[in-house]
Design a protein. Structure first.
Length: 106
């Protein structure tokens, strides 16, 4: 049974994320957004974050063509999101952590 109230759109958009606190600074880590909705997103990153952490997420723009964010409903080019859950992935790629995020509304 699906727990989500908003439908997800499958994507494959490169993103860069950093912790939205002064203590950690603006160290961005690359990843991929694999699905999204108006309320949240699922991304895979090269580092883990704890539940409750607020992240700044930037969709990487393709300078040779239109931004992928303009073609997918629910994608925000820059947003804040709260980590709702995190898990380790068994992959050989650089993205080794899956994160479920809820967009943080100011």
């Amino acid at each position: 049974m699906e727990k989500r109230t908003l439908p997800r759109t499958h994507t494959k958009i490169p993103v860069a994320c950093c912790c939205f606190t002064i203590s950690e600074g603006a160290n961005f880590f690359n990843g991929t957004m694999l699905n999204c909705s108006p309320g949240g997103t699922y991304i895979e990153l090269e580092r883990p974050y704890q539940e409750g952490t607020i992240l700044m997420i930037k969709a990487n723009e393709n300078l040779d063509g239109p931004s992928p964010a303009h073609t997918v409903e629910g994608v925000r080019t820059i947003s804040l999101a709260e980590v709702k859950w995190s898990r380790t992935l068994e992959k050989e790629e650089t993205s080794q952590y899956g994160l479920g995020l809820k967009y943080y509304n100011l």
